[in-house]
Write a protein that binds this ligand. Structure first.
Ligand code: NAI
Length: 335
């Protein structure tokens, strides 16, 4: 009998409530006992709390240490910082792990992609050091430190070792940003030198973008600063069927928040057509993290089976199924 886990659940905005409800029911169907602490964040609480990230959300995560999160809308150009960036910085969730994997049955041009993007999650242009210069110019400062770069490189190599991955590629633009990206690259090289068992290479981000489109199967673990990780992970999601199937995790030393790569998708919110696969697979990553391996495998296999059959899939994958119908099919396969 597995123990009961206390987990914070943030439904979020847009399609967030739909896809997190799906993930929650699949996790429960796999027999995992969870006491969910459901806390609301994002645009929907702004009027009441005057912030998209009220203290009760932070307190719940601090207490439970594990959270499953839906996307939240970030108003562009308002004074509020992104809830995601704030969470990552508050809890020092320094590693953003985004597996990008082909699932049989999903219509794509590639059939052998198995990448893990490890994105530094706390600094770079996301450090929030930005100011206006009068009305006609603005500056954003890109911050790269030795501490954070070494920490993320170590994380990538440790993960590569544990998961038996074949190569680590550091992605950068050190030819132009000689100090900032140069420091990141040097840190990655130093860490690589201490892990001779794992092949290492580095690649400039523009070349990496092209190679990922041409020959994604040649790459494995990719480690990079924050902004490149943000962009390349959306692009890489496009290689395997889109944002609807791309999960993620934000991991720190003692707290982890699991969430899909996708945003709140206002264009399809409330229509019961969003693909919950990414949210469910983020749940699978969470279950592995908390040691619920058997349930994680059960869910992963059920997702694989439903996608492979291709009969009950959502609109983004060329099907007609609703979010609920897809969820029910996965639950059925869990048995
Ligand atoms: P988005 O990821 O929400 O949507 C991009 C496109 O992908 C849309 O056409 C959408 O319909 C589609 N899509 C996304 N997830 C899908 C799913 N599960 N199933 C089917 N189709 C899906 O990106 P967008 O539109 O740039 O951002 C919308 C809002 O989300 C913004 O306010 C943004 O700041 C926020 N956002 C939040 C994130 C988070 O909370 N982790 C991450 C990214 C964006």
């Amino acid at each position: 009998m597995s123990k009961e886990h206390n987990i914070t659940l943030i439904p979020g905005d847009g399609i967030g409530p739909e896809v997190t409800t799906s993930a929650r029911s699949v996790i429960e169907a796999a027999g995992v006992k969870v006491k969910w602490d459901v806390v609301e964040a994002g645009a929907k609480v702004m009027d009441e709390y005057k912030t998209p990230l009220p203290d009760y959300v932070l307190e719940s995560i601090k207490k439970n240490k594990i959270a499953l999160k839906g996307p939240v809308t970030t108003p562009i150009g308002s004074g509020f910082r992104s809830v995601n960036v704030a969470l990552r910085q508050t809890f020092n969730l320094y590693a953003n792990v985004r597996p990008i994997k082909t699932y049989e049955g999903i219509p794509t041009r590639y059939d052998n992609v198995d990448l893990i993007i490890v994105r530094e999650n706390t600094e770079d242009l996301y450090a929030g050091v930005e100011h206006k210069i009068g009305d006609y110019a603005a500056e954003s400062i890109k911050i790269i430190t030795k501490e954070a770069s070494t920490r993320i490189a170590k994380f990538a190599f440790d993960m590569a070792e544990k998961q038996n991955r074949k190569k680590v590629t550091a992605v950068h633009k050190a030819n132009i940003m000689k100090y900032s990206d140069g420091l990141f690259l040097n840190c990655a090289r130093e860490v690589a030198a201490a892990h001779e068992d794992i092949p290492f290479e580095d690649m400039i981000v523009d070349a990496m973008s092209m190679k990922l489109v041409q020959t994604p199967e040649k790459y494995d673990v990719l480690v990079m600063p924050n902004l490149y990780g943000d962009i390349l992970s959306d692009m890489a999601a496009g290689l395997v069927g889109g944002l609807g199937v791309a999960p993620g995790a934000n991991i720190g030393d003692d707290i982890a928040v699991f969430e899909s790569i996708h945003g709140s998708a206002p264009d399809i919110a409330g229509k019961n057509i969003a693909n919950p696969t990414a949210a469910i697979l983020s749940g699978v990553m969470m279950l592995r993290f908390i040691g619920e391996m058997e349930a994680a495998d059960k869910i992963d296999n059920a997702i694989k089976a439903v996608l492979k059959e291709g009969k009950v899939v959502t609109v983004d994958l060329g099907g007609k199924a609703s979010t609920d119908e897809f969820t029910e099919e996965v639950v059925k396969k869990i048995g």
